[in-house]
Design a protein around this ligand. Structure first.
Ligand SMILES: [Zn+2]
Ligand SMILES: [Zn+2]
Length: 266
């Protein structure tokens, strides 16, 4: 049985406020730790990559902290209702859902997020909506590990509503939801950090050809009208918007055919 984390005696507006604030703090902390970790790694493996970017990074952090509240409030309200009234299809018990469904639910959530992101992102590249809602994200030229949540509030709302909606419709075990949120966080940061962390055998493989990593998303930040999706290249390929990988990132990673040929095998 699920016990409420906020006392029943609290008036509902106060309970919602505390739940929204608590999840906002968690989202902000998650952003700070993940982006901070990968910014630190960037300094180790690509020293100087963020040189002269202090002002850009300060703006990215400000927009991202506003986004944390926009993500945190609906998630906090849904979590409060889940604990208090049993809202949502989130399962806590291991036997509540069949085991085979665990990976299936992760894939359903990732594909739904990817589909939502592809079409909303593509819409945000129409000139009026771009100026209004999406230009903020593209002010990062090139992006950094801190760009992950650097969105205008309108864009943040579009990103914040899908999972709180999905948990009412698509059953998922709480641990699978944790995996989805971890993938979303890590890929959101690493796709923007300006270098490729995955090895050549994965990025340039048949499977890699369908996955989005920094090499692919950086190309979106270079050319704008292409590579709109989030995790998979399915929609971009289907709709003819996939323009391949960022030449700069592929070369810097030593993944380019010429570079690969000139680098002796280790
Ligand atoms: Zn981006
Ligand atoms: Zn964009």
């Amino acid at each position: 049985m699920v016990r409420p984390m906020i006392p029943d005696s609290w008036p509902i507006p106060l309970a919602l406020l505390v739940a929204g604030l608590a999840v906002t703090l968690i989202v902000a902390l998650r952003y700070w730790l993940t982006s901070g970790l990968f910014a630190w790694v960037t300094q180790k493996v690509r020293p100087g990559l963020y040189a002269g970017k202090d002002a850009q990074i300060a703006k990215e952090i400000r927009w991202s902290l506003i986004s944390a509240a926009i993500y945190g409030v609906p998630a906090g309200i849904v979590l409060w209702g889940w604990r208090k009234f049993g809202w949502t299809e989130i399962a806590l018990e291991w036997d509540a859902l069949p085991l085979w469904y665990w990976p299936v639910s992760v894939l359903i959530y990732l594909f739904a997020q990817d589909t939502w992101f592809y079409w909303s992102h593509r819409a945000m590249h129409r000139p009026r909506l771009f100026r209004l809602a999406h230009a903020v994200h593209h002010h990062s030229r090139p992006p950094t590990a801190w760009t992950a949540m650097s969105f205008h509030p309108i864009e943040a709302v579009s990103g914040a509503i899908l999972i709180p909606f999905m948990v009412f419709v698509v059953p998922i075990h709480v641990s699978a939801l944790g995996v989805v949120l971890t993938i979303a966080t890590v890929m959101g940061v690493t796709n923007h950090m300006g270098w490729e962390m995955f090895p050549r055998w994965l990025v340039h493989s048949r499977i890699g050809d369908w996955l989005i990593t920094a090499s692919h998303h950086e190309r979106h930040h270079e050319d704008y009208q292409c590579n709109y999706a989030l995790y998979f290249r399915f929609w971009d390929k289907l709709c003819g918007t996939d323009k391949g990988l960022s030449r700069r990132i592929v070369e810097a990673a030593g993944h380019a055919p010429a570079a690969a040929a000139s680098v002796p095998a280790e």
